[in-house]
Design a protein around this ligand. Structure first.
Ligand SMILES: Cc1ncc(C[n+]2csc(CCOP(=O)(O)OP(=O)(O)O)c2C)c(N)n1
Ligand SMILES: CC(=O)[C@@H](O)[C@H](O)COP(=O)(O)O
Ligand SMILES: [Mg+2]
Length: 663
């Protein structure tokens, strides 16, 4: 049976469909999402929730002239399918495939890139300001989730809209979920708004009216009248709910409970975010508003796929799954526990033994592993919403009261808190512990999510201690050691499975700033190569050492453990003893661990050459796997061995040409 989806080569084709055809197209898109994502995974739940919304947006507006600015943009798959990329949709988040987020370089229909939450309102407002400067008439629509509203930047944007532009359309996509259940006052406010029975009855009347609204100017004018009446009724409800708010707000009414109205935006909704005709009418209506408007749509995360509705957290960002059952493939035998799980289980033990330790997440209980603490000791667990800046300030406040807070925040998302780390935590030398998961690659998410900058952005900050464990047993040692420090302490570790080593029952206290010598030189007479394998790159160092030894090199292996303070003594010792030093790090080279070794050698006037292995000074693309990207960018055992051999081969050539051997 031919599909309407087959007819959609671009958004213009959506406009040509009748309502029954649009409904059919929605089902075809859901089928496409569910079947195509089952192989490689992706953000299935969020995208199933915005099928009708995205179709209505493309039905009413015209990209690329009109601009859709998506918050996080993990829910952009339907937009990508409708904007000429349906034939490549099956490649999303895979090597050389579509990016899983909005990407300006991927399509003219992607007007603004994202990946981190909270950016859509401000960026869209900036586009409105640019439009107003030029006097042009494109429509700019910001689509943001209910949890994106828990991010401070969203409110910085909201605060600035009504005094900046007359034309701004915001779509609040409210599914009551973040990755986990949404949290905080915003979540309960929105929930109250949509569960108030009187409000709901009134809302139904308004929706019925809007649905029947004929096209044309008169309808639009009537629409504004109906809307004012609706608002008045809402105010009455609010007044009855909060009799204390009897003070006039000076605008001829009483203070509305609608945050958006209070911030100078016209609030419309909440409406059923899966009701296509209603969505189309409301968007047509919003299009005519000469005042910033926010349309509050209620959607269901995972709509159309029961297992995703029943498990919104799992299907927020899922791996491969069986289409029929939603089940994930069985874990391969012998796969080591995930770093995040070791972290989470260790947090429970640390909190059980020390009443001053608490765990703080910024809306990522599962991904960080802090869900173990949430379950075992909820009184020691805080989820502050998508609010990394606030999370670190909150931790700083607790630390001034004698607590030892642990902020579990991905390396990439911790970039949001950089000023707080310097201005509040380091400057006051507060004992906050930062456990940075996803330090290294998040291959399928790509450049917005790789954690490749934290060594550089932390190394320059005074008063801090920064560590990288070689395996999960050492992670536990480092967490234990961190809880005994009176300084800000950072621990970085990668996404996914650990090294599969046994974990001691009793963690060991590490000496701050002390490296671990894994293997000394054997003095075999071979060229001496010292490998400094940082964190998870120790596994590459060990294997490279074996291959180099087999090739006649004399190899020492050092586990640096600390990126601040580095072990100057050990580093200097091996720097002087070796013919070549190789540093290996799952981090960009500029300002990374290798840079700190170069700085030390320069300071100590150590002439030994240094080969630094790490990520180049560029944004690393997304791909299907870590292995592929390491292969491509030279962070592998063969590449390490090859670079060592090339160094000496070149060294021999240079010495031969520079100092020709006299016969
Ligand atoms: C700064 C930042 N912190 C955390 C995340 C991880 N994250 C991705 S999506 C998401 C939840 C978004 O919820 P919402 O905005 O309601 O969109 P929904 O998934 O419900 O459609 C989170 C916490 C992120 N992308 N950016
Ligand atoms: C879109 C977003 O930021 C999160 O969903 C992120 O993709 C989670 O990454 P992990 O799967 O590594 O936890
Ligand atoms: Mg949500």
């Amino acid at each position: 049976m031919s599909r309407y989806l087959d007819m959609i080569d671009g958004p213009a084709h959506v406009k040509k469909l009748t309502l029954p055809q649009l409904h059919q197209l929605a089902e075809e898109i859901r089928y496409e999402l569910i079947t195509k994502l089952s192989k490689n995974g992706g953000h299935l739940g969020p995208n199933l929730g915005v099928v009708e919304l995205t179709m209505a947006l493309h039905y009413v507006f015209t990209t690329p002239k009109d601009k859709f600015v998506w918050d996080v943009s993990h829910q952009i798959y339907v937009h990508k399918i409708l904007t000429g990329r349906k034939d490549r949709f099956h490649t999303i988040r895979t090597t050389d495939g579509l990016n899983g987020f909005a990407l300006r370089t991927e399509s003219e229909h992607d007007c603004y890139g994202a990946g981190h939450a909270g950016t859509a309102l401000s960026a869209a407002l900036g586009m409105c300001a640019a439009r107003d400067q030029r006097g042009t008439d494109e429509q700019i629509i910001s689509i943001f989730g209910d949890a994106a509203l828990t991010n401070g930047i969203s409110f910085e944007g909201l605060n600035n809209i009504s005094t900046t532009t007359k034309k701004f359309i915001g779509i609040l996509n409210d599914n009551e979920w973040s990755i986990a259940k949404n949290v905080g006052a915003i979540a309960s406010y929105l929930n109250k708004l949509i569960t108030n029975p009187r409000y709901n009855r009134l809302q139904k009347d308004f929706e019925r009216w809007l649905r029947r609204m004929p096209k044309g100017d008169l309808a639009i004018k009537l629409g504004h009248k109906a809307e004012e009446a609706f608002k008045g009724a809402v105010n009455d409800i609010t007044l009855q709910q909060n009799p204390a708010s009897t003070e006039s707000d000076g605008r001829g009414g009483f203070g509305s409970s609608l945050i958006f109205e209070e911030m100078g935006l016209r609030y419309l909704g909440p409406i059923d975010g899966h009701d296509l005709p209603l969505l189309i009418n409301c968007l047509e209506f919003a299009k005519t508003c000469d005042h910033p408007v926010v349309l509050h749509v209620l959607t269901k995360k995972g709509k159309g796929y029961d297992v995703a509705i029943q498990q919104p957290e799992k299907f927020h960002g899922t791996g491969p799954y069986d289409v029929q059952t939603g089940a994930s493939p069985a874990a391969k035998p012998g796969v080591a526990p995930a770093w995040q799980d070791v972290f989470g289980q260790t947090m429970v033990k640390l909190c059980q033994n020390n009443n001053n330790i608490v765990g703080i997440t910024a809306a990522m209980p599962s991904g960080t592993g802090l869900k173990f603490l949430e379950k075992a000791m909820p009184q020691k667990y805080y989820d502050v919403g998508i609010a990394e800046e606030h999370a670190v300030l909150f931790a700083a406040g607790m630390a001034t009261m004698g607590f030892h807070p642990v902020c579990a925040i991905y390396s990439t998302f911790l970039q949001r808190s950089y000023d707080i780390i310097i201005h509040d935590v380091a400057l006051q030398d507060l004992p906050v512990i930062f456990c940075m998961d996803r330090a290294g690659l998040s291959p399928q998410d790509g450049p917005t999510h790789h954690g490749l900058f934290d060594i550089s952005y932390l190394r320059c900050v005074p008063n801090i201690i920064a560590m990288a464990p070689k395996d999960e047993d050492e992670l536990v040692d480092m967490m234990f050691t961190a809880t005994h420090q009176n300084h800000p302490t950072f621990i970085r570790y990668p996404r996914g499975a650990g090294e599969g080593v046994p974990i001691k029952d009793q963690p060991r206290m590490l000496e701050i700033g002390k490296a671990e010598v894994i293997q000394n030189f054997f003095n075999t007479g071979g060229r001496k190569v010292a490998l400094f394998g940082l964190g998870n790159m120790m596994s590459v160092a060990r294997k490279a050492a074996m291959e180099l030894t087999a090739e006649g090199f004399d190899v020492a292996i050092v586990n640096p453990r600390f990126t601040k303070p580095i072990d100057a003594g050990t580093t200097e010792f091996y720097g002087r003893a070796a013919d070549l030093v190789v540093t290996l790090e799952d981090h960009v080279l500029p300002g990374g661990y290798g840079s700190s070794v170069l700085e030390l050698f320069s300071e100590k006037q150590i002439q030994t050459p240094v080969v630094r292995i790490g990520w180049p000074d560029k944004f690393i693309e997304h791909a299907s796997s870590v292995e592929y990207l390491r292969e491509k960018h030279g962070l592998t055992v063969p590449s390490t061995v090859a670079q060592v051999k090339a160094h000496f081969a070149t060294a021999v050539e240079v010495s031969a040409t520079k100092f020709p051997v006299v016969a």
